[in-house]
Ligand binder design. Structure first.
Ligand code: SF4
Length: 346
């Protein structure tokens, strides 16, 4: 499977506290460059992706339209047309969903394109969500967008980025997604960077979020809700290890994921992701070491290695392996067309 992550630009109608794009955007603007691609530039990126896909002989392919916020662009439909004209199979639209509060726009998208909406909702009520997005009224619009997609029988893939503001309300947020008919929920540990002055303001510790994560996983398991954790290693997930993305990534090594950051060359996200992650010393003794990608580099830089405990129980490890093997054998299409909402954050 070939996945191309097209960043259309960094402009957005939210201003999330955890947004890594904000740092890149400020840097680009500082040096006098533009942070949004023109339609022609997007077309160029799609053409390059098309050639790359063909040269690799991949038939099934997905374009992730992401930003910033793609739905605020005037050429939104033109972009979708362009993706389909190039022969890609599927569109994964990563969005905060606010513009989708317009029913007619949402209906037009659902009716005309094979599309999954990766909708970011960071809290179960306006108080929490709007504090994260720093835009008053954003919760109401996003929820209306979700309702509109469901009313049009579209595909909803929920996305929550964990932060100090919302981690203790994760279960309520996932339950809300479930009520709003999300087919799958992705919960991501925030990606910052070394030197980010906001790091300690919004990045929580794994040990703090662990009980809330386990509570959510128990819910997902009992409700048969497909859910995946991004950048949460096995050692924090005893009895629920199959929910980490690392299980999926290990079994899906053939998946090719490329990204196109603004003002920068195309990247191979499968390689790049490993370069910006790190592990603790104890990982060398952990049975999961070969499967696990660890955590974002800045996490260990700022919070150290004390929370990591190598898994040395062979019984636990083999139990997880056989569980994962069964899942991947019998559910190759388990997240339907949405697959992972692989998110190129470089
Ligand atoms: S390899 Fe390290 S980070 Fe990964 S599960 Fe083991 S101890 Fe945790």
């Amino acid at each position: 499977m070939y996945v191309f992550d097209l960043k259309v630009g960094y402009s957005c109608n939210n201003d999330c506290i955890h947004c890594i794009i904000a740092l890149n955007r400020d840097e680009i603007i500082k040096v006098g460059k533009t942070c949004d691609r023109t339609f022609e530039e997007c077309e160029e990126e799609l053409k390059k992706a098309y050639c790359q896909r063909i040269s690799q002989g991949e038939s099934y392919s997905k374009v992730v339209l992401t930003g910033g916020e793609v739905t605020i662009r005037k050429d939104l439909f033109q972009l979708c047309d362009s993706v389909m004209e190039k022969g890609f199979t599927y569109i994964d639209m990563q969005t905060n969903g606010r513009v989708l509060a317009d029913f007619h726009l949402t209906k037009r998208l659902v009716e005309n394109y094979p599309i999954a909406f990766g909708i970011a909702l960071h809290g179960s009520n306006a108080d929490i969500h709007d504090r994260v997005t720093r835009r008053k009224g954003s919760f109401a619009e996003t929820v209306q967008g979700l309702r509109n997609i469901a009313d049009c029988c579209g595909n909803i893939m929920g996305k929550v980025v964990i932060s100090k503001e919302n981690y203790s309300f994760l279960l309520d947020t996932v339950k809300l997604f479930h009520r709003l008919q999300a087919k799958y929920v992705n919960i991501a540990f925030p990606h910052s960077s070394i030197g980010d002055p906001r790091f300690a303001d919004y990045v929580p510790k794994y040990s703090e979020i662990q009980p809330f994560i386990l509570e959510v996983l128990e819910y997902a398991k009992s409700e048969h809700l497909p859910l995946q954790l991004e950048c949460v290693p096995f050692c924090f997930l005893e009895d629920y290890e199959e929910f980490t993305e690392y299980s999926d990534l290990f079994w899906n090594k053939k998946k090719k994921i490329y990204g196109s950051p603004i003002q920068s060359a195309t990247i191979d996200w499968q390689k790049r992701r490993l370069e910006i992650k790190d592990k603790a010393k104890v990982c060398e003794n952990c049975f999961f070491n070969q499967l696990c990608e660890g955590v974002w580099k800045e996490y260990i830089f700022y919070y150290g290695e004390n929370e990591f405990t190598a898994v040395t129980d062979l019984g636990r490890f083999t139990k997880v392996l056989s569980k994962m093997e069964k899942l991947h054998k019998f559910e190759p299409q388990k997240k339907a067309e949405g697959e992972n909402l692989d998110d190129c954050r470089a």
